[in-house]
Design a protein around this ligand. Sequence first.
Ligand SMILES: Cc1cc2nc3c(=O)[nH]c(=O)nc-3n(C[C@H](O)[C@H](O)[C@H](O)COP(=O)(O)O)c2cc1C
Length: 473
Amino acid sequence: MPKLQGFEFWSRTLRGARHVVAPMVDQSELAWRLLSRRHGAQLCYTPMLHAQVFVRDANYRKENLYCEVCPEDRPLIVQFCANDPEVFVQAALLAQDYCDAIDLNLGCPQMIAKRGHYGAFLQDEWDLLQRMILLAHEKLSVPVTCKIRVFPEIDKTVRYAQMLEKAGCQLLTVHGRTKEQKGPLSGAASWEHIKAVRKAVAIPVFANGNIQCLQDVERCLRDTGVQGVMSAEGNLHNPALFEGRSPAVWELAEEYLDIVREHPCPLSYVRAHLFKLWHHTLQVHQQLREELAKVKTLEGIAAVSQELKLRCQEEISRQEGAKPTGDLPFHWICQPYVRPGPREGSKEKSGARSKRALEEEECGTEILSKNKQKKQLRNPHKTFDPSLKPKYAKCDQCGNPKGNRCVFSLCRGCCKKRASKETADCPGHGLLFKTKLEKSLAWKEAQPELQEPQQAAPGTPGGFSEVMGSALA
Ligand SMILES: Cc1cc2nc3c(=O)[nH]c(=O)nc-3n(C[C@H](O)[C@H](O)[C@H](O)COP(=O)(O)O)c2cc1C
């Protein structure tokens, strides 16, 4: 049977899914997907998988896909990051029997994606992207889809989407932020961009960004005309978002832990999920936050969650009839986390919804690394808030911290290259190319036997500058 394309693929294979759980590294694992599906999600994505590692490593394939499937977990889209058509297709061929489509991640804006040359850092390489999509469209038995970020300009975003469609992309997810909109500068996603793409292509489009509750979903569908709406952080804080419910946190935490017992996953994923679910309560019960960071078993995590539930229930019985104060509902209710706005100096408009400073950024996770957790146990007041780190002036060329006394305003590495090329000094970095050369010349003048012959004989070593050149290199 020929593979279904575009709208037919969306309406038949994806069963017209409107409520979509985003690909999330370390967070959209099987157990979480099953929980989300029980609460209104109609389509899920795997976390982003590395195409090259997937091709090379059988264990990676097993751990991240082959042992991570079950019949209830469909329709499912497997997402890869890749930057080579052959590798992308090889990985996709190894994955296609376990899913309904293969997605190419063109949205990750993180440094790791910059270094790995994938995600949003491919968005200017249209020729490469065309080749990747064309080949995948031709070779795979399932459709290929893309998840993109927008350009600042609407018309360029539209041309980008049309290029991907023309190459064979069968469904497009548009995250309405640019690749620069990350961390404290996330700001609001532009539905205007998404709407323009929706109008300009003939394949289904999913909107991503600014979705915190069911009303947002409905408004987005109405305002942009997209086929479906994808949620990441909203879903992590309230997996019942698509049902339009805000249940008590323990209800979903317990249900999730039960699913994990049946479909185990790394403890770090579970911990990260519970940190997000219990986020607001953990602000009140700080000591349990430390406990949650420390425990080493699933049952240990379940015990902390149970203790949080008991504390909330005690509070509820004490406050019977009380109303929540301020804008937020009670802390034990699943609810979105709205980040504080960008800090001073950013161009963000006040009032725009901003996203949590991204240690948890796209393709990242909120949880502190093991080393940081250990540091925090030794010193509970230690904070890892990036905004509180000492600020370094940056090297003009590479962005590393620049030397305070560098005459070129560069870091040591860039300074050394430049000083060497220009035979200059930078006392700040202890680099004295010019001084050394001058000294050598002076020394040479004082040594008549080393004077350069008027004309070097053919085949003899070059003159002084050649000898010193190699000595100074
Ligand atoms: C923990 C986390 C992990 C993520 N991992 C991925 C990923 O693997 N692939 C991807 O395309 N986007 C990833 N994202 C980005 C989301 O899919 C989504 O595009 C972004 O968070 C904006 O949606 P939101 O406003 O609903 O959070 C991740 C986001 C989070 C919060």
